[in-house]
Write a protein that binds this ligand. Sequence first.
Ligand code: HGY
Ligand code: MN
Ligand code: MN
Length: 421
Amino acid sequence: MDDDLHIDGLRLLARLQSLGAIGALPGGGVCRLAFSAEDQAGRALVTGWMAELGLQVRVDPIGNIIGRRAGRDDGLPAVMTGSHIDTVRTGGNYDGNLGVLAGLQVIETLNAREITTLRPLEVAIFSNEEGCRFPPDMMGSLVYVGDLSLAEARAITDTAGVAAGDACLAIGQAGGASLPGATPHAFVELHIEQGPVLDAEKLDVGVVTAVQGISWQRFFFRGVSNHAGTCPMAMRHDAGFVAATIACEVRAMTQRYAGAMVGTVGVLQLGPNLVNVVPNQVEMTVDLRNTDGAELARAEADLDAFVTAVCGAEGVTFRKERMARFEPHTFDPAVAALITEHAGALGLQHKPMVSGAGHDAQIIGRRCPAGMIFVPSVNGISHNVEEHTDAHHLIAGADVLLRTLVSLAEQPAPATEAERA
Ligand code: HGY
Ligand code: MN
Ligand code: MN
């Protein structure tokens, strides 16, 4: 590998700043929800850059955008990179954005060096990775691989009752590219760690070996509203009390299972939400994650039993919806080895690690060898306007991505023609 093959770091930083200005929040950070006007503006900016770089851009019916650079043998399956540019409501500049824009810098470097890889290269923007407006997360990549039907995805609504398909159409992003999308030869995603490990251990790069399992559920509790002063405690059917009890149980559960268990109640909305009225309705979400799939399933079953018991005792009814469910995913060891090799050759301090967050790479990795490169999140903060990664780490991660993609894109076709597109 060319020793001085590096991306233009200043261009990467400049593009991150330009994209970060779209949906910028007054006090810092970014809000660019999936299929919002901000998402539309971000897509326009990035696809403009793709066109400037000479990429052939296609958009599929759920709004996944793929920019393609021809290879010397353009009939071979492409090597793909990419991520997402939608953010949570209190997002940062780097979650997802780094992976997409580093992919563009890889293309720009190869253009500048007049290098054409054997295999085509593709840079993807997957729709609605966050899933916080339209669950599940990784919606776009699930539709891309065919594990979520387009019809199902289009029908999912946000809390205002807007359907994802209509929102995607409304921003002009429902394209005609075929679904499921073409299976890449390999997929690599650069992403910020979003956790504290690399920053705490003063490391430069994480070689991601796996992603933990994810369980998102939404509960609706129905009790009886009553006067906060006159209603005796024994007569109450307090939906708020039930939700609060369950929220405490979610925290307690994280100490009870093998594997690395985390639990979060992110949405908790009481009705009628008045100081002197016993709540009769609650909407609540529970996000459980564990590196051990069996332990995650056990925790879900235990939560079910706990919710049933607490509601029964309080005389509150409930229903629940599955928002997302992902088994733990193990990335391809050969891709991890390549990432490790290039990180080492660049003199970067690196370690293997498991991702606490879900990513598009775990979905595309269901169809082809995939891997991820992490760079440190300062103080382990993410999904927070304080999200930050130092410039030298952003650039170092993009250099590892560049070299890993070139290595993969020079891998010849297998002896059989089976892999030919
Ligand atoms: O929730 C997640 O893990 C990701 O940010 N969608
Ligand atoms: Mn992300
Ligand atoms: Mn995220």
